[in-house]
Design a protein around this ligand. Structure first.
Ligand code: PMV
Length: 331
């Protein structure tokens, strides 16, 4: 199975308070291969998952970890939980060897943990002879993210399951997903700067400010929702100039919420002055990723300038396919 990473184009943070967010899949993917094991053991081989190579075997509650690094278990907790939740849902547990590969860095805010969760659920079910629907995969994937992280929105698990472009709103357990019909390419550069704060810290900080100054921060949250609604229309019209303007507006609002950093702002401003139509932080902030929508002919320049101020960059096209069956291990 293979599932894509994602970027949040509009609406992060405000989505937690019931506003719409616009997310898109990217062309970098996570691959999970599952081979049934008749002896009933479960083996996980996780390459590229933050640690250079891990082999974990567990049988009857006993875990063996083969690696030179200590912090392995957190990296595989998504896989572990995905197997637990999938086998409980299917009502049967079978042995399997899972091999995981990632084309993108883990923990950068590109939705790798959701892609791992969703692809593992689908691969595990498939290797046991079951085929789950997209709705089932997305729902179980969200369960995995909530179980591992404590709090998680359904954004990442939804977009990695369905792919494409999506408007998403949720409140409690109720999730409203709308696939958006976007034609034409959006030239995007993603840059990563080291994270200073975790998603959880950023979400809690916004919550505290909102409860202390509801009149002020509440208006910012509402405005972010308005920007996302306008962006939905601009996306469908493929109006790149308006999208750029709305990205800049969204970034300004995120900055006023307090989730941007000096480094993120530097990358955002450098991207804009080198030919991007718009640039914003994406995800929770406090470090992490910036996305820039480039004028098509300025793509190389925009990437070079962003690379200079960040840890790494990648060009990506948006809207790739969601989860799909892939049977060979190559790629
Ligand atoms: O940093 P990420 O990719 O986990 O994004 C977090 C997005 C928030 O809206 C800030 C939180 C959420 O759960 O939606």
């Amino acid at each position: 199975m293979t599932a894509p990473g994602k970027v949040t184009l509009f609406g992060e943070h405000a989505v937690v308070y019931g506003q719409p967010a616009i997310v898109a899949s990217i062309d970098k993917r996570v691959h999970v291969f599952a081979e049934p094991k008749p002896d009933g053991t479960i083996t996980i081989e996780a390459r590229d998952l933050r640690v250079p190579g891990v082999i974990v075997t567990y049988k009857e509650g006993e875990v063996t970890v083969e690696t030179e690094y200590g912090l392995v278990l957190p990296a595989i907790s998504y896989l572990n939980k995905a197997i637990e939740i999938a086998s409980k849902y299917l009502g049967s547990r079978h042995g399997v060897k899972l091999v995981v590969r990632s084309e993108m860095p883990v923990g950068a805010g590109l939705g790798t943990s959701a892609a791992v969760a969703v692809a593992t659920i689908a691969a595990y079910a498939y290797s046991g002879g079951y085929e789950l629907s997209m709705d089932e995969i997305a729902r179980l994937g969200w369960e995995v993210e909530r179980a591992v992280q404590g709090v998680a929105s359904p954004m990442d698990t939804s977009i990695t399951t369905y792919g494409g472009f999506m408007k998403i709103e949720y409140s409690g357990d109720r999730v409203k997903r709308e696939s958006l019909n976007v034609s034409g390419d959006l030239p995007i550069v993603i840059a990563y700067v080291e994270r200073e704060f975790k998603t959880r810290d950023m979400v809690l900080m916004v919550r505290e400010r909102l409860s202390k100054y509801p009149q002020l921060y509440g208006k910012i949250i509402e405005l972010i929702g308005e920007v996302a609604r306008a962006a939905e229309k601009a996306l469908v019209r493929h109006d790149l100039h308006e999208l750029g303007l709305l990205m800049n507006l969204n970034h300004g609002l995120l900055d006023s919420l307090g989730v941007s950093t000096r480094k993120l702002n530097e990358v955002v401003y450098a991207a804009r002055s080198s030919g991007a139509l718009g640039a914003k932080l994406t995800g929770a902030g406090g470090g992490g990723c910036v996305i820039a929508l480039s004028q098509p002919e300025k793509l190389e320049t925009v990437e070079t300038v962003m690379k200079f101020l960040s840890d790494f960059t990648m060009k990506t096209s948006l809207g790739s396919e969601g989860i799909k069956v892939k049977t060979e291990k190559g790629g």
